[in-house]
Design a protein around this ligand. Structure first.
Ligand SMILES: [Zn+2]
Length: 118
């Protein structure tokens, strides 16, 4: 039993909390504690003592956590948390865009008439 597809297995193994969830963790300690309560400390690396809130990852030692804090993936995640995607950007990524073609042709025609009369 279990997951048959290797691709699905690697995708779910690498899954961490989403950016909005991590942001809620940073804003509310209660939200973070609720998430941590779902995990058993015996199952976590380093008995769950070294946790990076931004990346939602546990580490074995304090040293590996400080090394992680200096690394590129952590800095990238912090940047994502500071500048989250807007709804407009998400729609554009999904192909739901609209283009601004300037004022409608009707107003342009009225402007031309005004120019001709003056
Ligand atoms: Zn991190």
């Amino acid at each position: 039993m279990g997951i048959q597809s290797k691709r699905t297995k690697t995708k779910t193994r690498r899954y961490t909390r989403d950016v909005d969830q991590s942001k809620s963790d940073l804003l509310s300690p209660r939200h973070l504690q609720q998430f941590k309560d779902t995990k058993s400390p015996e199952d976590l690396p380093g008995l769950g003592r070294h946790y990076c809130v931004q990346c939602s990852r546990w580490f074995d030692t304090e040293f590996s956590l400080t090394t992680h804090n200096k690394g590129k993936p952590h800095k990238r995640r912090v940047k994502d948390l500071l500048n989250p995607y807007t709804h407009k950007e998400a729609d554009a990524a999904g192909g739901l865009t609209w283009t601004d073609n300037g004022p409608s042709s009707k107003t342009k025609a009225q402007d031309m008439e005004l120019d001709m009369t003056s």
